[in-house]
Design a protein around this ligand. Sequence first.
Ligand SMILES: Cc1ncc(COP(=O)(O)O)c(C=O)c1O
Length: 407
Amino acid sequence: MPNTVLSRTPFRLATNRNADRSESALQSLREFLDPAFTAAARSEIRSWPGYAATPLIDLTGVARAVRVATIWYKDEGSRFGVGSFKALGGGYAVARIAARHVMRTAGLAGLSSLDLLSDRYRKIAAQATVTCATDGNHGRAVAWAAHKFGCRAVVYMASIVSPLREQAIQSFGAATIRSQGTHEDAARESREVAQRNGWFVVSETENASEPQIAFDTLAGYTTLLDEIASQLPDDRPPTHMFVQAGVGGLAATAACYGAARWGAARPVLIVVEALNADCILRSLELGEPVVVAGELDTIMAGLAAGETSGYAWRSLRVGAGFGMSIPDGAAVETMRLLADAPYGDPPVVAGESGVAGLAATLLAAQDESTRELIGLDETSRIVTIGTEGATDPAVYERLVGRPPGLP
Ligand SMILES: Cc1ncc(COP(=O)(O)O)c(C=O)c1O
């Protein structure tokens, strides 16, 4: 019987009956995010000043406690000083928008985002405006990249987004606009304003002004997966990846990257959501996209999405093994577990959406029937992605009981 590391709270698990590990499914995942295209994105991101691979932390202590071989936690808290993995996706999409705008206007070809960092093209780049809707992290990434690559940013957000998250976005010089309604209302407003003014909507969903922007976003995310692959201690692929999802862009990227990198030996992908915003789990159950209506009430703000991205769904439909949705309490306990490190692992500061994959791993590994269903045992080598640090320090302090980083 594995130890109980988290309280035994109810969670949901769904088997994806369309999961397909055939050679043709493998090929379609490889083609969806073409490896040459994603490699170009990674090499551009690695050229940016301040780039550093984020740490892959080995949580052997807690892994032993739940009777698996290893749990790795990819800690995105330090990513480009933005605090989350979104710097890679929205950040790269903005860089490419700025580069395409300058090339079109100045009649140039082959401009990299690095070229934009020189003062030469700043006046032209400043004529382009990027916009998006955000729960916090995506907007911060877009504002950061707009500031870096010289374009204007206008970020829309729902009324419930916390004041500290809004301030973080404004600190990069972006204008912020609060919608009176939900995230979906904010997304609609940004889309309409963009259409009227010729702005660019940065999104990994069909909200993006052009599909290229969504694909650039996903390609940027492959950076963190590629880092993980080179940080693993040997050439063996992980057996499982637990990846949290809002609209599913990161999880879909993990499916495609896994197929391209490890082929038939790729890890089983478990897509993790909040119990009250489990649109992907329900879609996997039904075999077609399901919209979850209502408040999407969860403290895991980055996961509060009621509808999956159509782009993500195309690869998750065959590439996800399971959907799992977890209660807020499991995320809070996992934040405290990482901060207190009672099993001898290094302490980690992590935000409430950031810990979801790890929380799901622990809930799954300490439950006998779930272990059996998803194939977890003492030899399992599990990758989780800590998608954010303490992106809202006030929320962190309220949930963990002390400010980020204090022992
Ligand atoms: C910290 C964090 N983790 C995970 C996600 C989910 O990513 P996606 O919307 O690509 O599924 C988000 C989205 O905003 C996020 O902010």
